[in-house]
Design a protein around this ligand. Structure first.
Ligand code: ZN
Length: 281
């Protein structure tokens, strides 16, 4: 087996909760579009697909049938072994049961786990209260779904440490450092180093990935690769490929991530290698 330390996982977040067809006509919204995009991103080098679905108007929602359809269509592509990571936060102000049902019934290998409450984008409260996080962690263990611990500031890393100590999360943890979401920590190399060092102190032996929203996106991508981390790309986080240029597709982001990893003389992890790195087997 080749050395996994030299491998970097690309996660693609094709859709997210916010970008609309008005923001970019290229964002996949319907389950059929999402499944096709995920398949093509897998061909381009993505090992993990982070899945959101929308309602019939394209708005943020957690409608079970939409997830069931998208996941079913991806699983029907028999050559595609991409790791599925279903969101538990399809938007803000959604019912807890609706947030948990897709991963609980569809049993992807991973699901997102937002490790704290925040003032989201200066507009509303993104609520992940302590009891909900305990319930979410327990239910993920019940169905053997690995949480991807999304943290938007360093305090959320300490929340993860607490939940780990109490048994609601199980080591080894996998973190996603989400940077420059308004209300959270800014995307900069200095901050990424701090996040990573905090993680090492709180939960040694964890794996991690990172992305920046907006102007800091490229800096975080390069810094994460240089620091031994994994990267997430896609229209959930950025609809612009570069300043003033709307991305053609999510595949365009994956292809650039692959080039950056390879220029750094690392290799892009296949889904199978990513399963080894993340302890999914
Ligand atoms: Zn998401």
């Amino acid at each position: 087996m080749s050395d996994l330390r030299n491998k970097r996982i690309i996660t693609v977040a094709t859709t997210g909760a916010w970008p609309t067809k008005d923001n970019t006509p290229n964002v996949p919204i319907e389950p059929e579009e999402i499944a096709e995009e995920v398949y093509n991103c897998w061909k381009a080098g993505a090992a993990v697909a982070h899945i959101h679905c929308r309602d019939d108007d394209g708005k943020a929602a957690m409608i079970f049938e939409k997830f069931e359809k998208a996941v079913g269509l991806i699983r029907a592509k028999k050559d595609c072994d991409i790791i599925l990571n279903i969101t538990t936060s399809g938007g803000v102000n959604l019912k807890e049961e609706d947030r948990m049902r897709p991963f609980y019934e569809l049993k992807p290998e991973m699901a997102s786990y937002d490790c704290g409450t925040m003032n989201w984008a200066h507009t509303t409260i993104f609520e992940n209260n302590p009891k909900f996080l305990e319930k979410l962690g327990t239910m993920m263990q019940e169905v053997n779904v690995k949480p991807e611990i999304e943290v938007f500031d360093p305090g959320m890393i300490y929340n993860a440490g607490y939940l780990l100590k109490k048994g609601f999360l199980k080591a080894p943890l996998h973190f996603q450092f989400c940077m420059s979401v308004a209300g959270g920590i800014k995307a900069s190399t200095k901050n990424l180093v701090f996040m990573k060092e905090t993680m090492d102190e709180v939960a040694p032996g964890s794996t991690w990935s990172a992305f920046g929203v907006g102007a800091g996106a490229m800096e975080i991508m390069y810094a994460a690769v240089a620091m031994g981390g994994n990267i997430r790309v896609g229209m959930e986080d950025n609809v612009l490929y570069r300043k003033g240029q709307i991305a053609d597709s999510n595949m365009q982001f994956v292809a650039r991530a692959k080039r950056i990893i390879e220029e750094f003389t690392c290799e892009v992890a296949t889904p199978s290698e990513a399963r080894d790195i993340l302890g999914l087997k």
